[in-house]
Write a protein that binds this ligand. Structure first.
Ligand code: DGL
Length: 261
């Protein structure tokens, strides 16, 4: 089984991409809805949560872990990879690799939660690949609650996105990384506001391509993963909103199971 975790609902965008790239693979998802959001918490707390989430998924039979949450990937991936001897994937690396490949002028924007932006991980990884790149980041803390409220198409959301993107627009970025699980659900509005010539990197697609490539080139790991098209969905707090968004995002019926960590 592929184990995926996120602070809550947003990581389902990663599950959707994984299901498209790896149809039939059994997956188990844990959404930490009782402790969300992670984006406003300290790195120490997010590391603790990430280790507990990984532990839970491994006990359920996961043989490979995908950290769908950008915040957890930004501050906890190193520690999780250190503690566990199985393949651990995070969303930051594939997104930065795709960004430097596609960017013509290496002028790259990143948007994410406060914790992700504060970690500086995107700048660090981009500069490690291309030291002459220019990276501009903006924290967009209001976008997560707006998505959770289902306000994707509201004019107010468009206005807030425009305000957040203004400093990146002034820098004339040519590529923008969506460094948060929730932002793919706002992709059309973000593209409109930043301008249609700016390449958008959706980290949910980048990670799914990365996992697929890894499995194609590591048959010894691939053979350990069951492929019965099963999907298990665990949350630390069951809410009606989660169920509704899960069904809408995955376009399939879902059954939520409660777990306390
Ligand atoms: N999953 C988080 C991320 O991708 C967004 C929600 C939160 O702050 O927990 O950064």
């Amino acid at each position: 089984m592929i184990g995926i975790f996120d602070s809550g609902i947003g990581g389902l965008t990663v599950v959707k991409s994984l299901m498209e790239k790896l149809p039939g693979y059994d997956m188990i998802y844990f959404g930490d809805t009782a402790r969300t959001p992670y984006g406003t918490k300290s790195p120490e707390t997010v590391v603790r949560y990430a280790l507990e989430n990984t532990d839970f998924l491994l006990k359920q039979g996961a043989k490979l872990i995908v950290m769908a949450c950008n915040t957890a990937s930004s501050v906890a991936a190193g520690r999780v990879a250190e503690d566990y001897d199985i393949p651990i994937f995070e969303v930051v690396t594939p997104a930065t690799e795709n960004a430097v490949k596609i960017s013509n002028r290496l002028t790259i924007g990143v948007i994410g939660t406060r914790a992700t932006v504060k970690s500086g991980i995107y700048e660090h990884k981009i500069m490690a690949l291309k030291p002459d790149a220019k990276v501009y980041s903006a924290a967009c803390p209001l976008l997560v609650p707006l998505v959770e409220e289902g306000w994707m198409k509201k004019p107010e959301t468009g206005m807030i996105i425009k305000k957040y993107l203004q400093p990146l627009k002034v820098r004339q970025i040519d590529t923008l990384i969506l460094g948060c699980t929730h932002y793919p659900l706002l992709k059309d509005t973000i593209q409109r506001k930043i301008g249609k010539r700016v390449h958008i990197i959706d980290s949910s697609i980048a990670i799914a391509e990365n996992v697929k490539f890894f499995l194609d080139t590591h048959p010894e790991v691939d053979s350990q993963l069951s492929k019965n098209n099963a999907f298990k969905l665990f949350v630390s707090d069951i809410t009606e909103q989660f169920e509704k968004t899960a069904r809408a995002t995955l376009k399939r019926n879902v059954h939520l199971e409660h777990v306390e960590l």
